[in-house]
Design a protein around this ligand. Structure first.
Ligand SMILES: Cc1cc2nc3c(=O)[nH]c(=O)nc-3n(C[C@H](O)[C@H](O)[C@H](O)COP(=O)(O)O)c2cc1C
Length: 148
């Protein structure tokens, strides 16, 4: 099974997290990471598992690099039935809109028929934990729990 990590970022943390996940899992899995802004919304691969790694910016909004992908999903409305994805959000519990960005993108994928697998992983910048460590643990657990 191919794993596609899609990241949406403003200042690079989600990109680092995506790279950490790829580095940690590449020995056992066919896995690659892409910036959402470079992914065509109507050419998603149904055979792949998508790991959607997305931060939150502004007032609970999507980060810059997630916006074109989110908008294209809305405009093109691809049928995503059968596509599986899991979400990892980066945010800061200092904000009342904690981790809204990952929720926004996940909801759009669900609206288009995709299926969410596993628990949404979250990184809280106020926790003092390294986002890559939290994300790699989340990804390993997710894959372990995934039905074959
Ligand atoms: C100006 C600004 C606004 C932010 N707004 C939110 C927010 O509304 N909700 C949230 O959970 N985190 C918010 N954050 C925290 C970021 O999501 C967090 O720092 C994240 O690690 C950034 O990841 P990125 O570099 O991939 O964009 C904000 C950070 C900044 C600097």
């Amino acid at each position: 099974m191919k794993i596609q990590v899609l990241f949406g970022t403003e200042t690079g943390n989600a990109e680092m997290v995506a790279e950490d996940i790829v580095d940690a899992l590449a020995a056992e899995h066919d896995i690659e990471a892409h910036d959402m802004s470079k992914v065509a919304a109507d050419s998603l691969d149904r055979e792949a598992l998508y790991l959607v790694v997305c931060s939150t910016y502004g007032d609970g909004e999507l980060p810059n690099s997630a916006q074109p992908f989110y908008n294209a999903l809305g405009e093109l409305s691809p049928d995503l039935n059968g596509l599986r994805f899991a979400t990892f959000g980066l945010g800061d519990s200092f904000y009342g809109t904690y981790n809204n960005g990952s929720q926004i993108i996940a909801e759009r994928l669900l609206e288009l028929g995709a299926h969410s697998v596993g628990e949404r992983g979250l990184h809280d910048a106020s926790s003092g934990l390294l986002p890559g460590d939290v994300a790699v643990e989340w990804a390993r657990q997710l894959l372990e729990d995934l039905p074959a």
